[in-house]
Design a protein around this ligand. Structure first.
Ligand SMILES: [Fe+2]
Length: 223
């Protein structure tokens, strides 16, 4: 196997500002309540491939993550994961369309740390992140995992990139971002899913702080 594209896992602080995360959460809330989210429901988590507003984040963060790792990257695909309490991410490496992976914490029901473990070469690295931060790894090379999720829920945006802008794994083999996955990369059939989140609570200042925060979502009737 070729050499990993990174020397070591990296924590990149605040790749998504509070105001950008707030907008993304509103978009997810609207889609959730409209019943248009499609994904795979597993025991303690829900996995959604290529949610369109999040594919836009994938495209936008290509430059920022590329600058961090010093490589000209192409977007491949995005996953949104909704983890529930006790969810475990089993140790694994990623498929070839995920040579560089940035896992971004979008929101969480609390601020409890949930360490991300990476076996990078001979070293075990444990990284903690806050909402807005990305952990960047060489997904195809380094086994990675998380122990039990300590929080009621957590939204994690997993962004995959490849180094070759013209290669066949750009857009994960799709004609464009935002399209469904190719048949050969579909892991399980999708169904209509809900994220099971109290959006009125999430979209309050308690979760989405910062000077630009709205004063709750009563005025927009999210629920
Ligand atoms: Fe992974």
């Amino acid at each position: 196997m070729a050499k990993a594209l990174l020397d070591e896992p990296r924590l990149v602080k605040n790749v998504l500002s509070a105001s950008v995360r707030r907008l993304l959460l509103y978009q997810l809330a609207v889609m959730d309540q409209a019943g248009t989210l499609e994904g795979v429901e597993l025991e303690d988590c829900v996995m959604l491939y290529g949610v369109q507003p999040l594919e836009a984040v994938l495209a936008d963060l290509r430059l920022r993550i590329g600058q961090e790792v010093g490589i000209d990257l192409a977007p491949s695909y995005s996953f949104l994961w909704r983890y529930g309490r006790g969810a475990v991410v089993e140790q694994h490496t990623d498929r070839k369309a995920s040579q560089i992976v940035a896992t971004v914490q979008l929101a969480s029901s609390d601020r409890k740390p949930w360490p991300f473990q990476v076996q990078a070469g001979d070293g075990l690295v444990s990284l903690e992140q806050e909402s807005g931060d990305a952990i960047v790894i060489a997904g195809t090379h380094w086994p990675h995992w998380r122990e039990e999720c300590p929080s009621e829920w957590r939204l994690q945006l997993v962004l995959s990139f490849v180094p070759d802008r013209r290669g066949q794994r750009r857009f994960d083999g799709r004609a464009a971002l935002g399209m469904p996955p190719l048949e050969e990369v579909k892991e399980m059939p999708t169904t209509s899913v809900t994220l099971g989140i109290d959006w009125a609570d999430v979209l309050s200042d308690r979760h989405i702080g910062g000077a630009a925060a709205v004063t709750g979502c009563a005025a927009v009737q999210i629920t």
